[in-house]
Design a protein around this ligand. Structure first.
Ligand code: F6R
Length: 610
């Protein structure tokens, strides 16, 4: 949520900042702004409502120059999207601040600062930081000291960058709850909320830890921990391609990322199933011992990642014979829960920074979970650093707000985890071989599924005038129906719900009419006959259905039903295989609806606030 970029360089930095914002736009995109210090020690700030492109155009018409600057792309929390609420916020023409997170005690700080004569221009919580730094500077020798005093008074979450127009040599950054990464250059240094922003200028990064405050200048970076003690944070070379932010030949990132899934899964599997054997070290040091002792798995995640966890519950209990619970992070973190003996906490997160998931992990450590594992796509992210074990999904950067390849590679990771735990819980060699072979067959199978794109594109036309949709599945396809509904609602704005098909008669059947398309996920498996009965219940009430099924399931298109032929695949990987046609359906419906596919309204990719 919200993208931050900052630079202290010997060259003009406005272009670097704007390019960084474009690369961070997935984090928030309702307004954007930049401020640089010019040679006369004056702040030049430009802000625009709307996308970063609006800001870029404004800067083309009226360029700003200077080697020290900060920039921000916003996802509104406090105060509507508007130019005045856009960051950077400025106090007394000298202190400029960008911030990601939520300052929970902003009301009381605001009153206090108003009492001191500070005038507030915006409705944001961020503006209190700006004036507070200005106020603290009156009794501090340095900007660093003023920021250190300021952050002690903040409650809530922040990743914040502060500069003072009278000091072109330094910017001060502070992290608590919202990630910040320092990028090291030659005679220039940078800060951002994600390495993606800085890939055009550096490959060398170090992550700030919780409570860190750092002073960044051209030739030096000094980091201080929460007690104000100097600390080192290891700098590492990032192994990410510069172009991971490009759309290539595709119209949208979401489409590109949907098509990348066979490759992403190939990458996810590479070197991990050696000669048909799972390399347990893929989960990190000590994984074998941890898996051996596991008697229960608790999965925690949000949104799409929660859906992958739901599938994993079916796998863990059926294939590995280990009990498993799954819960949404925002619920888990605020209730008193029972911790079964020898429980492994598994978090799932594309970004590795989701505030609720991170809070749930921290809570789990306090309440006695034996160990933790994260399934994650971002190396070095908070969840990876704070978990005992990590499975990196290797999906590559996912820019589209709607998660696609991150989800399917999470499923691959979870299936490998099932295999690893199952090996210690009596899973037969035959079953292990079956899972391994199914996993190896996935990339080619997904290539076959992607060939359905044009028929799904045709089908999408039927949804042009629809406002509601129902998704049905059974067993491990129920979470896939949920994921299909989430994808459709988030990018096409069609209201979509998913039900376990057996629940239909307990309420949702009342909704069925010709205006409520029903999407059914129906591979041939043990539950197919049960699902067919549910299909008949819908048919009998005049419902129109879109059935994604393989040949063996034996459905045929008629007046009430369109059948989309999905290639036959092994039961184990069917949840992954059936995800893709639903992603494509959402995508093409969104195109017809004319929505902003990659940056749907009101959403942001990395949800670093509660
Ligand atoms: C939907 C989507 C979100 C995320 C959720 C959790 O397409 O992407 O529902 O899955 O915000 O994010 P992560 O996985 O980064 O923890």
């Amino acid at each position: 949520m919200c993208g931050i970029v900052g630079a202290v360089a010997q060259r003009d930095v406005a272009d670097i900042l704007v390019e960084g914002l474009k690369r961070l736009e997935y984090r928030g995109y309702d307004s954007a702004g930049v401020a640089v210090i010019n040679n006369n020690n004056e702040l030049q700030a430009t802000k625009r409502l709307g996308k970063v492109q609006e800001l870029a155009q404004a800067l083309e018409q009226q360029p700003v120059t200077g080697g020290t600057g900060i920039a921000h792309t916003r996802w509104a929390t406090h105060g509507i999207p508007s130019e005045v609420n856009a960051h950077p916020h400025v106090s007394n023409n000298t202190i400029a601040v960008v911030h990601n997170g939520i300052i929970e005690n902003h009301q009381s700080l605001r009153s206090q600062l108003q009492g001191l004569g500070y005038e507030f221009l915006s409705q944001t919580d961020t503006e209190v930081i700006t004036h507070l730094v200005h106020h603290e500077l009156k009794t501090s020798d340095t900007l660093l000291a003023a920021v250190q005093k300021t952050v002690k008074q903040l409650e809530g979450a922040y990743g914040t960058v502060v500069m003072d127009s009278r000091d072109q040599d330094n910017i001060i950054v502070a992290r608590s709850g919202s990630p910040l990464v320092i990028g090291y250059g030659l005679g220039e240094n940078f800060i951002a909320s994600d390495i993606m922003a800085l890939l055009p200028v550096t490959r060398k990064f170090s992550y700030l830890e919780e409570g860190d405050v750092a002073q960044i200048s051209r030739f030096n970076v000094s980091i201080f921990d929460t007690h104000g003690e100097p600390v080192e944070r290891e700098a590492k070379e990032a192994n990410v391609s510069h172009d991971s932010g490009d759309k290539g030949e595709y119209r949208h990132y979401m489409l590109k990322e949907t098509y990348e899934q066979p490759t992403a899964i190939r990458n996810s599997l590479e070197g991990r199933l050696v000669g048909g054997m799972l390399d347990i070290n893929t989960f990190g040091e000590g994984a074998d011992e941890i898996f051996k002792n596991v008697e229960h798995v608790q999965i925690i995640a949000c949104g799409t990642s929660y859906h992958s966890g739901m599938v994993a519950r079916y796998w863990l209990e059926e294939l590995a014979g280990v009990s498993c619970n799954i819960e949404i992070a925002s619920e888990f973190r605020y209730r008193k829960s029972f911790v079964p003996k020898n429980s492994l906490l598994v978090t799932i997160s594309q970004s590795g920074e989701t505030a609720d998931t991170l809070a749930a992990l921290r809570l789990a450590k306090e309440i006695g979970y034996q160990s933790s594992l994260v399934i994650c796509n971002v190396p070095g992210s908070s969840l990876v650093r704070e978990s005992d074990l990590a499975f990196m999904t290797r999906a590559g950067a996912e820019i589209g707000v709607a998660s696609t390849k991150a989800f399917t590679t999470q499923l691959v990771g979870l299936l490998m985890m099932t295999l690893a735990i199952g090996q210690h819980h009596g899973m037969s060699d035959k079953k292990q071989a079956e899972i391994t072979q199914s996993l190896m067959s996935l990339p080619a199978k997904l290539d076959e599924v992607l060939a359905l794109a044009s028929s799904i594109e045709d089908l999408a036309e039927d949804f042009a005038d629809k406002h509601h949709a129902l998704f049905l599945g059974r067993g491990d396809q129920y979470p896939i129906a949920m994921e299909g509904a989430l994808k459709l609602k988030e990018i096409s704005y069609i209201h979509a719900e998913a039900y376990a098909a057996g629940e239909l008669k307990h309420g949702p059947l009342a909704l069925i009419d010709a205006e409520m398309p029903v999407i059914v996920v129906a591979p041939k498996n043990d539950l197919i006959e049960k699902l067919k009965s549910n299909v008949e219940e819908v048919r009998a009430r005049g419902g129109l259905m879109y059935v994604f099924a393989d040949n063996d399931a034996n459905f045929s298109s008629d007046d009430t039903m369109k059948v989309i032929d999905v290639p036959v695949c092994d039961d184990i990987i069917a949840p992954i295989v059936y995800t893709l046609p639903l992603q494509l359906l959402s995508y093409y419906v969104a195109i017809i609806k004319g929505t902003d596919v990659d940056q749907p309204r009101n959403l942001a990719k990395s949800v670093t606030v509660e």
